[in-house]
Each structure stands twice: as C-alpha cells, then as structure tokens.
Design a protein around this ligand. Structure first.
Ligand code: NCD
Ligand code: ZN
Length: 345
C-alpha cells in the first residue's frame, strides 16, 4: 500500500504554551489536526474557568489564516480547585477535561497535587458530571527510580483513586510501559490511554547509547525496548482504549541543549508521517485511522471529524526543517533517526 486516506486526526495531548511560542508552534498542529486537548501547564497554570477562557481566546487569536482547528481546553487540578468553578466550566463546554499532575512530576508541575485526599471531593464531582481526568502517571518520591515511576504510580495512586471514585473517566496520559498498557487492557470501561510518537519509535538506548541526545529526553522518560514493543502492539491492535496524544512539548532549543535539559519532544510537524511509517512497518496501516482519528472521539463522546487527510508513500525520504522559529527562539523538530517516506497531503 502506498496511499491511505483517513479521517482527519485529533491530538489528545498537546502543549501549545503561550505568547511567541504559541504563535510559532500552533500552525504545526493546525496543519494536520482538527482538535487537540490543550495542556494547562503554563506559568502560572490554567486553574480556573476564567483562565481557561482567556487562554482559549489567546489560542484562537494566534490561529493561522484559514485554519480549522478547535482547542479543547483543560484545567490544571490543584488542591485548591473549586468544584463549582470546574463544574460550570465543564457544563458550558469551555473545558473538555481536567489534568492531574503529581506535584513536581514534570515541566511546570509545581502547583500539582501532593495529597490526593485533598482532591477527593473534586474527583467525586467530576465522576458525577462526567468530566474526564487526564493523568500524568508518575510518582515523584525521591526513592523511586525514574524508570519505575509509572508502574509504581499505577499501584500506589491510580488504582486506589479509581476504586475510590467509581464512574470517574480517566485517561492515562502518555503511557510508556507494558504495565501501563496492561492496566488499561485489564479495565473494561472508564479508562483510556494516550501514546506519544516518541514512545512508539524510540527506547532509552536511542537516547543514551553513543552520546546523550537531549531532543529525545521527555517525561515520562523513554523505557527499555520491550516496553516500546508493548506500546506498539497496543497502538496497532485496534483496541479502542488506545489513542494518539503526541505530547508535542516545545522548548527553546537552547533549553534542550543545556546542562540541565528541559523535558519534551517537539513532534507536531512530523507526528503523522512518523506514525504512518511505523504502522506500515508493523503491517498495521489499516489500524492507523482508529488510533489517530476514531478512538479518541469515542472515548470523549465527541463526533469524529468529517474531512480527511491522505498519507502518500514517496520514494525519497521526507525532510523537515531542523528548527522552526518561535519569536526570538527556535524549537528543534523531532528527528526519529530513521528515514520517513509518508507525506501528509
Ligand atoms: C511536558 C512539557 O514540556 O510541558 N514535557 C514532557 O516531557 N512531556 C510535560 C509533560 O507532559 O510531562
Ligand atoms: Zn505533556
């Protein structure tokens, strides 16, 4: 097969940032995607309905001419979140989900949750109104090895939260382990998971062998190859509980190529091309549309997109600019390290 037409994809986990960075990176997403779940980890974070409305307005004001794109807003859950404000933002359609960051887990997560007892009432309210919780699933305890943080989170935090809050709809964001995939598969309802491009195509050797590659450093961190294989099997299985969330997370190039490198891979420009290459190599191109365009809307109870995109395999590998400009900064475009032949038209 050298060509495939699929419903226009959505990105169920995206960082757009703000200001000049937002203006720089937004066209890279609107070119291919119809909708995206917009992460609220700005500085300061998007914690109230009023802040989400203002952020949505800034995104809409930054839209490139002719773009047809809907940002699906989220609130950043804190121990001070007001359940009434959250419920009103959800009822009005302003927000699609709420994001849980364990305090200190990742970029701009200092305002996240430390004591999960303090958000119990909010989670109960979310279950009642049907507002999904998007979870960054890593514990932050200093004694837990960074490669184990997702698996430990499932046992110590996620499963207890789900048991204590029946009916709460949860998305395990950017799963990176076989334990994450297995946990999702072992639950029939109210649980889905997003998977990023980088976790489907890279493992920790790609990041660390022969020199350290900062543009492959993201959180949750890349794991060993067997986990990548488990994620690829889940993504290409056709199981509706797994869908694309790129977690495209732009940082200025100088903050990636730094002594203390910021976490995040900027995959918005080439995510779909890389996925087509990867699904084709796994002989699973017929499962691509489900992963990118059907399973996410089904989980969120939204209609699928009516228009389509076509991916065409060309003989010569495709190249992308090494960086894109964002104000006075540049952002380095993710390079998977192998040739990509699938063009989006
Ligand atoms: C994200 C960011 O930069 O905001 N970074 C990342 O490595 N994925 C935060 C996140 O989603 O963890
Ligand atoms: Zn993210």
């Amino acid at each position: 097969m050298t060509q495939i037409t699929i419903r226009r994809p959505d990105d169920w986990h995206l960082h757009l940032r703000d200001g000049a960075m937002l203006a720089g990176v937004l066209p890279e997403t609107t070119r291919h995607f119809a909708r995206a779940i917009i992460m609220p980890n700005l500085v300061p974070p998007v914690v109230t309905g009023a802040q989400a409305a203002a952020y949505r307005d800034r995104i809409l004001a930054a839209m490139p001419d002719g773009a047809d794109f809907t940002p699906l807003m989220t609130l950043y859950l804190t121990e001070d979140t007001d359940p009434n404000d959250l419920a009103a933002a959800h009822a009005s359609g302003l927000i699609t989900a709420v994001k849980l960051y364990p305090a200190g887990a990742t970029t701009n997560s200092a305002s996240g949750v430390s004591n999960f007892e303090n958000v119990r009432a909010v989670l109960d309210r979310m279950a009642e109104i049907g507002c999904p919780l998007c979870v960054h699933g890593e514990v932050t305890d200093a004694d837990i090895d960074i490669f184990d943080r997702e698996a430990v989170f499932i046992d110590r935090v996620l499963d207890p939260i789900r048991r204590a809050t029946p009916g709460l709809r949860v998305v395990m964001e950017h799963i990176t382990t076989s334990q994450g995939a297995d946990y999702v598969k072992s639950n029939d309802k109210d649980l889905g998971a997003t998977i990023t491009v980088q976790h489907l195509v890279l493992d920790r050797n790609d990041m660390l062998v022969g020199g350290m590659r900062p543009h492959y450093y993201c959180l949750p961190i890349l794991k060993r190859g067997s986990h990548r294989e488990a994620l690829l099997a889940a993504a290409t299985s056709g199981d509706k509980r797994f869908f694309l969330g790129t977690d495209s997370a732009p940082h200025p190039t100088h903050k990636k190529e730094a002594e203390c490198c910021s976490a995040g891979c900027f995959t918005a420009p080439n995510a779909l091309s890389i996925l087509a290459e990867t699904f084709a190599a796994a002989d699973a191109l017929n499962k691509l549309e489900g992963f990118t365009s059907l399973h996410g809307p089904a989980f969120y109870g939204l209609p699928v997109n009516q228009d389509t995109i076509t991916l065409t395999r060309q003989a010569e590998p495709i190249t992308w600019p090494a960086t894109i400009p964002a104000g006075s900064e540049t952002v380095t475009v993710f390079d998977p390290g192998f040739p990509i032949h699938w063009n989006v038209t």
